[in-house]
Design a protein around this ligand. Sequence first.
Ligand SMILES: [Cu+2]
Length: 158
Amino acid sequence: MTQQSLLAPLALLATLALGACDGDDTMESGNDDAPAGICADEDRADDFAVSLTKMGERHTVTLMEAEPADPVRGDNTWTILVTDEAGTPMEGIGVDAKPWMPDHGHGSAVEETVTDLGAGEYTLDPLNLFMAGLWQVTLELTDEDGETDEVMISVCVE
Ligand SMILES: [Cu+2]
């Protein structure tokens, strides 16, 4: 009986989330005993930590700072270092973050502000991951010559 009263609001939340997402049944198949543990079985996410390094075709992105340290649902602030194939910091390039939820087929409506800190470092704020689940954050990098490269960081938030 106590359990029923606890589960009812959770079921409502799940319904609301699905409606907002217009997505599949991923959340319905979740474990009802551990509604906050959806990332425990998520093996597509990167091991998110400072110094995480991901490579595109010609550029490498290293995570220098993250606030909060573990990605959270809502606003996150990341500082990245962009280097070229030789490891040289890429100053003054275009950086655009495109958060995407592959399981739900939607992105985030909040556009981040990118601050060029110099020396190849850029701060993205806010990185708005408004929903629990897997987010693929694609960083689109545009050189001064207009050539683009993409680096993706995958995170799961609860
Ligand atoms: Cu979603």
